[in-house]
Design a protein around this ligand. Structure first.
Ligand code: SF4
Ligand code: SF4
Length: 244
C-alpha cells in the first residue's frame, strides 16, 4: 500500500499547540470565540474551522495529576467509511487523492443536515464537521496543496519535538514499529492505534480511552469489513443503514 502516512508519537508531545495554530494559519481558518471550561484544552472540540486539536485529558492517578496529550485529526482511512457513506447518499463532497491517499472534503458542496449527521456518525474517530451557515463539511486536508509541492503538512513542519512525522507509508510504518519496540520496554501497554487501516498512526503508552474517547476505533475489523461490502455493492443498493 503506497501513498503517504502520518506517524504521531504522543510520547514526545508537550502540548505546545504549535501544530494546531499552524493548521489554522495554513488553511486560513478563522479563530473562534472560546470559553474557559476549566481545562487547558482550547477550543473545546474540532469544528468546521478547526481541523487539528490538541486534546488535554486531565486525570488523577495515585493521587497525582496526570496529563495525556493527543493531537487529534483525520486518520485519512485507507478505506474511508465517510467517503463510502457519502457516495451511498449521493453526496459528492468527499473524494480520495489516489497518489497520496488523502481523503478530501470539498467544503463548497452543500450537504443536508441529516446526510451530514450520517456521514459524521460513519466516522469511527468522530472527525468530520458540518457548518450550519454554509451547509458544507470540512476536516484535515493533509495539506494536500503543500504535499503536492513536496512540502510537509504545516502541523508536521511546525512540531518542534518530533511528535508529528509524515512521509511514505512504508517508511512511517517502519518508524512507528521501531519506536513502539523502544517504548514497550518501559511501557508494556504501548501500542499503535489502528495502524493497518489508517494513514494517521498514533503511538500511545496507555489505554487509548485515557487520551480521548475516540482515540481508537474499537471495532476496526468490522469497520473495514463494512467498507469493503459497501464498495462491492455500491452500484446496486442504497446502504445508508450501514452507517453509524
Ligand atoms: S478519520 Fe473519519 S473523516 Fe477521516 S477519512 Fe476516516 S472516516 Fe473519513
Ligand atoms: S506541535 Fe508537536 S509537541 Fe506541540 S502540541 Fe503539536 S504535536 Fe505536540
Amino acid at each position: 500500500m503506497a501513498g503517504k502516512t502520518f506517524f504521531i508519537d504522543t510520547t514526545k508531545c508537550t502540548a505546545c499547540r504549535g501544530c494546531q495554530i499552524a493548521c489554522k494559519q495554513w488553511n486560513m481558518n478563522p479563530a473562534t470565540k472560546t470559553t474557559q471550561k476549566g481545562s487547558h484544552q482550547n477550543p473545546e472540540d474540532l469544528s468546521f474551522s478547526t481541523f487539528k486539536l490538541v486534546r488535554f485529558s486531565e486525570l488523577e492517578e495515585n493521587e497525582k495529576p496526570v496529563w495525556y496529550f493527543f493531537a487529534d485529526q483525520c486518520r485519512h482511512c485507507l478505506e474511508p467509511p465517510c467517503m463510502y457513506t457519502a457516495q451511498s447518499l449521493g453526496v459528492k463532497a468527499i473524494t480520495r487523492d489516489e497518489a497520496t491517499g488523502a481523503v478530501l472534503y470539498d467544503p463548497k458542496v452543500k450537504v443536508k443536515a441529516a446526510d451530514a449527521k450520517t456521514i459524521r456518525e460513519s466516522c469511527p474517530w468522530n472527525i468530520p464537521r458540518w457548518d450550519q451557515k454554509t451547509t458544507g463539511m470540512a476536516k484535515c486536508t493533509m495539506c494536500i496543496d503543500r504535499v503536492k509541492e513536496g512540502l510537509l503538512p504545516a502541523c508536521v513542519k511546525t512540531c518542534p519535538t518530533g511528535t508529528m512525522n509524515f512521509g511514505e507509508r512504508a517508511k512511517m510504518l517502519e518508524m512507528a514499529n521501531k519506536r513502539l519496540q523502544e517504548v514497550k520496554a518501559k511501557y508494556p501497554k504501548a501500542q499503535l492505534l489502528n495502524a493497518e487501516i489508517v494513514r494517521t498512526i498514533y503511538l500511545v503508552i496507555d489505554d487509548p480511552q485515557k487520551y480521548h474517547k475516540f482515540a481508537s476505533a474499537e471495532n476496526s475489523e468490522e469497520i473495514t469489513r463494512i467498507a469493503a461490502i459497501k464498495r462491492l455493492i455500491r452500484p446496486l443498493v442504497n446502504f445508508s443503514h450501514f452507517a453509524g
